[in-house]
Ligand binder design. Structure first.
Ligand code: ZN
Ligand code: ZN
Ligand code: ZN
Ligand code: ZN
Ligand code: ZN
Length: 353
């Protein structure tokens, strides 16, 4: 009858084996016993499973096989048996109790395993040594990932040449990606220009910006030489022209110049500010102040002194400050200071249509 591999033949059992420990299907020692509920006969689990695949009756002709746990007595007797390792033919002399033989055989050093290289069967205990010298075993160069038989030579020149190829391929694919990205940026810029979405950066103080670089919807609402006496009321009234719009406050050097030497963009509500002495409001990275009858302007840092206009010298080229209602013009456009009577520098305020 059918015998499942792994079942234990009687020769592997030390001492005499009583017939009642034998499976009536495979005639080997019962392995992982299971009983018939009707006749109490015990079989190997794998044997009876195979049997019931083709039969509904029990091998002992009970009309229906119904399984039952193996009687504890049989389990107790089986677990006392000493079993020789199934790799005895390969040289294993181990003998283990019924319950631990399976675990031993799983790790037995005398089982045969396939060599990764030549596919020969080699005893587990010898496999590492064999694979170290087996000509067919393949290894991978950690530097160039080239896979070669370990007995073949992988010369440095070959390795370098492969690595060069890889580097070139990577560079090529990077170049391709960069070209694609550049095209995308170009397309985006075109779209943005079409929709007039590109404007000078708002989060910083602008220097040397041609008026022509501003979008067409910007127009001038305030244009006076620095000698002009700017008043608080002037600025407050300008606000009416630009409610909910942005404003640009800047300075131009020369009556015919069209380049903003210094400028900043912010919300028109700046014209309604009432900042305290040494106080300022910042929008993005620009600090604005408007202290009635004192001074108006912006600075890249919150340290301002609008009572006397902003006289600080740190980042002086980014500070714009006008006296307000003080009976004089001035005061500064970046590092050009004391512009109280200056007719070359112009104060400029613009807004959007
Ligand atoms: Zn069996
Ligand atoms: Zn039965
Ligand atoms: Zn063994
Ligand atoms: Zn091999
Ligand atoms: Zn290599």
């Amino acid at each position: 009858m059918a015998s499942s591999s792994g079942n234990i033949c009687t020769e592997r059992v030390q001492g005499k084996v009583e017939d009642e420990y034998l499976c009536s299907i495979c005639h080997n020692l019962i392995w992982k016993p299971i009983a018939c509920k009707n006749c109490d006969n015990v079989f190997c689990t794998s044997c009876i499973q195979q049997w019931t695949n083709n039969n509904s009756s029990c091998p002992f002709r009970c009309p229906q096989f119904e399984e039952k746990r193996c009687p504890p007595m049989i389990n107790a007797l089986l677990s006392k048996l000493n079993i020789k390792c199934k790799f005895i033919g390969n040289g294993c002399a181990d003998v283990h109790l019924y319950d631990s033989i399976e675990k031993h055989e799983k790790n037995c050093q005398y089982q045969q395993l396939k060599c990764q290289g030549c596919s020969d069967l080699v005893l587990k205990k010898d496999l590492t040594k064999h694979e170290l010298v087996c000509a067919e075993v393949k290894v991978e160069c950690i530097k160039c990932k080239y896979i070669y038989k370990q007995h073949d030579k992988h010369e440095l020149v070959e390795c370098l040449s492969i690595r060069l190829d890889i580097a070139e391929r990577n560079a090529q694919s990077s170049r391709g990606k960069i070209e694609k990205l550049e095209k995308m940026v170009e397309n985006l810029e075109t779209i943005l220009h079409e929709h007039k979405l590109i404007c000078p950066p708002l989060n910083q103080i602008l220097q040397n910006i041609p008026l022509s670089s501003l979008e067409k919807n910007w127009y001038i609402i305030y244009d006076h030489p620095y000698s002009w006496i700017t008043t608080t009321e002037e600025l407050r009234q300008l606000y009416i022209k630009c409610i909910d719009k942005r404003i640009l406050v800047g300075a131009i050097n020369g009556s015919s110049s069209t380049v903003l030497a210094l400028a900043a963009i912010g919300p028109s509500s700046i014209l309604q500010l009432e900042t305290h002495v040494n106080g300022s409001m910042h929008y993005s990275n620009v600090y604005w102040y408007l202290a009635s009858n004192k001074a108006f302007g912006f600075s890249p840092s919150p340290i301002v002194n609008p009572y006397n206009a902003d006289t600080a010298s740190t980042d002086g080229d980014k500070r714009l400050s006008w006296y307000l209602s003080r009976g004089v013009g001035g005061y500064r456009a970046g590092t050009a200071i004391d512009l109280l009577n200056d007719n070359n520098w112009r104060k400029l305020i613009m807004t959007e249509k």
